[in-house]
Design a protein around this ligand. Structure first.
Ligand code: DGL
Length: 245
């Protein structure tokens, strides 16, 4: 069984893609909605939170965990790897940047959480592979809370316009550097008139296949199971049961 960890819906967005792409492998996804958003927390807070969850995966005999959270990957992942040397913790930021290497990027809006942008990890890796690409880093701190709180799409669109109007026609591509953002990818593409990239395509090749005849899917939330079940039905058309941890 492969673990998937995020602060909430971003992990389930990623899980949905993995379920479609890898039919023979079991997944256990932990959506830590009680602590969302991660994007405005300190590195110490993020480390303590993630440490608790990795321990939980360990207690479930899950030894491979996809860290489906750009914020954790760009901040505390090296510390987590030191703390859990026996666990295989998969880094979606590195995978995404490797996946982008062959893309002809000229100008890129890098949209991510405050902590991810502040870490500079994405920016450094992209500039290394694409030295002439003009990268515009933008922390879209309001987006994750709005998505997690099920705010109406009209409110979300208004906030997206506030963030993005100035980039319309200015960038050729947008990197969705947060696993929640694919939920509003089409709105972002419309406003900026540019194509979007995200982490989902990149991660598939890093997931070990289990070759099971029948797989299991478990989804846990640290908040309200009924609410999460409704959210994933509405936003992702998923009917898997959700259990409160
Ligand atoms: N979805 C996560 C990410 O990719 C975390 C977002 C948050 O909780 O702020 O960064």
């Amino acid at each position: 069984m492969i673990g998937v960890l995020d602060s909430g819906l971003g992990g389930i967005v990623t899980l949905k893609y993995l379920l479609e792409q890898i039919p023979d492998t079991s997944f256990v996804c932990l959506a830590d909605q009680a602590n969302a958003p991660y994007g405005d927390k300190s590195n110490e807070q993020l480390f303590q939170i993630a440490k608790r969850h990795i321990k939980w995966f360990e207690s479930q005999n899950v030894t491979t965990v996809l860290i489906a959270c750009n914020t954790l990957c760009s901040t505390v992942l090296p510390q987590l790897r030191q703390e859990f040397p026996m666990m295989h913790l998969i880094d979606i930021v590195t995978l995404t940047c490797e996946d982008l290497m062959e893309e002809p990027l000229e100008s890129l809006l890098l949209l991510a959480t405050e902590r991810s942008i502040q870490s500079g990890v994405y920016e450094r890796k992209i500039q290394k592979s694409h030295p002439t690409c003009k990268v515009y880093p933008l922390a879209a701190s309001q987006l994750v809370p709005l998505l997690e709180q099920n705010q109406p799409i009209e409110i979300i669109k208004k906030v997206l316009h506030e963030y993005l109007d100035e980039y319309q026609g200015k960038v050729q591509s947008v990197l969705l550097g947060c696993t929640h953002y694919p939920l509003v990818a089409s709105e972002i593409e419309k406003i900026v008139s540019a194509r979007t990239y995200d982490s989902r395509h990149a991660i598939v090749k890093a997931i070990p296949h289990e070759h099971l005849n029948q797989r299991e899917v478990k989804i846990y939330t640290t908040l309200d199971a009924e609410q999460t079940q409704q959210q994933i039905a509405d936003l992702l058309n998923m009917n898997d049961p959700v259990v409160q941890l």
